[in-house]
Design a protein around this ligand. Structure first.
Ligand code: NCD
Ligand code: ZN
Length: 402
């Protein structure tokens, strides 16, 4: 299919990729194909996006969110269930997956929410969903939330008997106060204490870790975690620049903490965006969350070009999430996997410009940041993007059980 410089088995080699029915059949120097300029990388998996839709279409829809993902070189997203209505039962899960089947540009899967109402029969709900769909995880589970229904206690976590991966938004309510900017009220201690408690209870995947202490604790345990670009690139010092838009949960941290996180990105297994769009008006009224699915891979490549991160960091957006969440045929460029490829010209570093992005959020915390956007994206062997999008909505595949 194509030939060029390709990231294969952890190194850049010159080789061709042969594809049949969307699956990689062969990778090797002898494989002929259309020669491409730039670097052929595996397309990314973003394991933490909030595509809203349902009763919050004004913030984002599966259609607009997934379009934004495709422009950022993402081939598979894991959507989060804190929607309105919440994805807390089979019926809502099924309804949302059917919507995604019609409207997603990229491959799509969805986590199931854990609430105080469904905790008792969560095992049965999981079973029912898994008869039809591939369920990646339960979560994100909130240990702190302003909605009582979604705030889960450590006791509930302890008593839960379900053999399914849980992804946890770990902040301890004892150290979370109300107010804006929220970094003044949601202390680093909130995350550290919550992670400590959870690690005593079980093995989890922790969402958006923002403190070096929590990152170190998790890296020494059998749990895994993700970090987000905003937590290792932006800090409280961005308060003036971001003006009233700075709130995100967990909040941005001190410059010192952020520098430490950036130096220790290697300790996290996964980098995810936590794409959490709100309108600018809602943001100015205090809503927490940053859009980021489209800038995730481009920002990481911007840092790789500058040698701030090494090229293997891309495995935190490809191979590692596939392994942790069990996405068969996704992740690496490898024989037997889907031909999910993103081609980047690393010489084309550009400044992020909100006018060129596709989320409904219509703003970005990364305006002016260096980034490398994909020239082309192949999903299951189909050229889905070549500067412009070449597929229709609904092209994305929803993950069903096999
Ligand atoms: C998320 C959202 O808006 O859904 N917001 C955020 O600041 N990250 C929810 C969450 O993860 O807290
Ligand atoms: Zn969260």
């Amino acid at each position: 299919m194509i030939y060029g410089k390709i990231y294969y088995k952890g190194r850049v080699v010159e080789a061709g990729v042969e594809v049949e029915d969307g699956i990689i059949k062969k990778v090797g120097k002898e494989v002929k194909g259309k020669e491409v300029r730039g670097l052929i990388l595996p397309a990314a998996i973003d394991v933490h996006v909030h595509f809203r839709d349902f009763n919050e279409k004004h913030k984002e829809t599966i259609e607009t969110g997934s379009l934004s993902a495709l422009y950022g070189g993402v081939c598979l997203v894991v959507d989060q269930p804190n929607t309105n209505p919440v994805v807390d039962c089979y019926e809502v899960y099924d309804r949302r997956m059917k919507m995604a089947k019609k409207s997603s540009y990229v491959d799509y899967t969805l986590n199931l929410a854990l609430t105080n109402k469904n905790a008792k029969n969560i095992g049965e709900i999981v079973k029912k969903i898994e008869k039809k769909y591939y369920l990646p995880a339960i979560g994100e589970v909130f240990t702190q939330h302003e909605n009582d229904e979604l705030q889960i206690t450590y006791k509930t976590l302890k008593e839960l008997s379900v053999s399914k991966l849980l992804t946890i938004h770990a902040e301890d309510p004892r150290f979370v106060g109300k107010g804006s900017p929220n970094f003044k009220y949601r202390l680093p201690k909130a995350e550290i204490e919550a992670v400590k408690k959870c690690l005593q209870i079980g093995k989890y995947h922790f969402c958006h870790i923002s403190t070096i202490k929590a990152l170190q604790m998790i890296s020494k345990s059998n749990s895994t975690c993700e970090i987000t670009p905003h937590h290792f690139l932006l800090s409280e010092d961005d308060f003036k620049r971001l003006d009233g838009l700075i709130n995100v949960n967990p909040p941005l941290r001190s410059k010192d903490e952020v520098e430490k996180l950036l130096k220790n990105v290697g300790l996290a297994e996964v980098i995810a965006s936590d794409h959490a769009p709100h309108t600018i008006e809602e943001k100015l009224n205090g809503s927490s969350g940053f859009p980021g699915v489209e800038t995730l891979y481009p920002l990481i490549l911007g840092l790789i070009v500058k040698n701030v991160l090494n090229l293997n960091t891309i495995e935190k957006l490809t191979k590692n999430p596939a392994k942790i969440f069990g996405f068969e045929r996704y992740g690496d460029i490898e024989v037997g996997n889907y031909a999910n490829l993103a081609i980047f010209d690393l010489k084309k570093v550009e400044k992020i410009d909100v006018e060129k992005l596709h989320s409904k959020a219509n703003w970005t915390p990364y305006e002016g940041f260096d980034a490398v956007f994909p020239e082309k994206v192949f999903i299951r062997g189909v050229e889905a993007l070549n500067t412009e999008v070449l597929v229709d909505k609904g092209f994305g595949k929803i993950l069903e059980c096999v």
